[in-house]
Design a protein around this ligand. Structure first.
Ligand SMILES: C[S@@+](CC[C@H](N)C(=O)[O-])C[C@H]1O[C@@H](n2cnc3c(N)ncnc32)[C@H](O)[C@@H]1O
Length: 275
């Protein structure tokens, strides 16, 4: 929780930002009153929002650990990486392979302001401030290419980002451009707001209510259907257990208990491999 006077240059604290609202949900300190007000509107609909954000991170850590240890991935491109928090991608990957390389991409100036924390090891990790919708500018960026060898398999992480691309921004086209750019043997991991429709009607109603709050406050935050989310994987091969609520994805020991009944079916994730 920050005093507005501390806002780093370029940071607009008169409007809520996705990165800072999410930071608040994770119990972070890099958020302002305007962000907390937006978050609290969503929390009124589902107090499980805090647990949901934490579980997104549990899922992310599971995926990175899996990719680094079982899939042999040693370079990661984290699109819409968010503010540094506990268990960042480079830390989890380095536990398995200290030589792992990580490029973080985010458009929020606050993320860059905190890049120093992430750049503890600048030899293996970098942060790029960029709009993730412009795929060529990221994949083609010479600085990014110094860290990521695009001719080799990469772990492409799109956690909590595709739902912040509105329908008219053609998220399926953006995802396709990333899929095309990466080498065979690469993995694409996605977490996404989910509208379970008639499979879970009560959760579906909540999803639409929270969607309205996010669209009003942040201008983005779509709860998409299973088919819409599956389409982002294109012809990549989904690995087991497929697209599922976070806690169901390869549960590990030491995870916190998960009991947010309301939102269990409104957040899903999966990992797929480019053949
Ligand atoms: C909900 S946070 C997710 C953070 C992290 N990936 C995670 O799952 O824990 C979404 C992030 O995407 C970033 N973002 C949203 N739109 C973006 C865009 N067009 N380009 C780059 N980053 C964007 C936001 O700034 C925010 O940090």
């Amino acid at each position: 929780m920050r005093n507005e006077e501390w806002a780093p240059p370029g940071v607009d604290y008169t409007r809520p930002s996705i990165a800072r609202v999410y930071d608040f949900m994770l119990g972070g300190k890099d958020n302002f009153a305007i962000d907390r007000r937006a978050a609290e509107k969503a929390l009124k609909i589902t107090p499980d929002g805090f647990a949901a954000a934490r579980w997104n991170r549990v899922f992310l850590r599971r995926v990175v650990r899996y990719l680094a240890s079982e899939a042999g991935i040693d370079q990661f491109l984290d699109i819409g990486s968010g503010l540094p928090t506990q268990g960042n991608v480079h830390e989890v990957a380095a536990e398995v392979n200290p030589a792992s390389r990580v490029v973080y991409v985010d458009s929020d100036p606050m993320v860059l302001a905190h890049a120093r924390a992430l750049l503890a090891n600048a030899r293996t990790t970098m942060v790029k401030q960029a709009d993730a919708r412009f795929v060529d500018q990221i994949i083609g960026c010479p600085e990014v290419r110094r860290y990521i060898d695009i001719s080799r398999p990469v772990g492409l992480l799109m956690f909590g980002i595709l739902h912040h691309f509105n329908d008219d921004e053609q998220p399926e086209q953006i995802a396709a451009s990333y899929r095309d750019a990466i080498a065979p043997g690469s993995y694409l991991a996605i977490s996404h707001f989910h509208n379970p429709e008639e499979a879970h009607p009560e959760a579906s109603v909540k999803a639409l209510m929270v969607e309205k709050v996010f669209l009003d406050a942040l201008g983005s935050g779509r709860f998409r259907t299973r088919d819409e989310i599956l389409a982002y994987f294109g012809d990549f091969e989904l690995i087991e257990p497929g697209l599922v609520p976070f806690p169901q994805w390869r549960p590990g020991s030491g995870d916190e208990a998960y009991d947010p009944i309301d939102i269990y079916h409104t957040l899903v994730g999966g990992v797929a491999r480019k053949l």
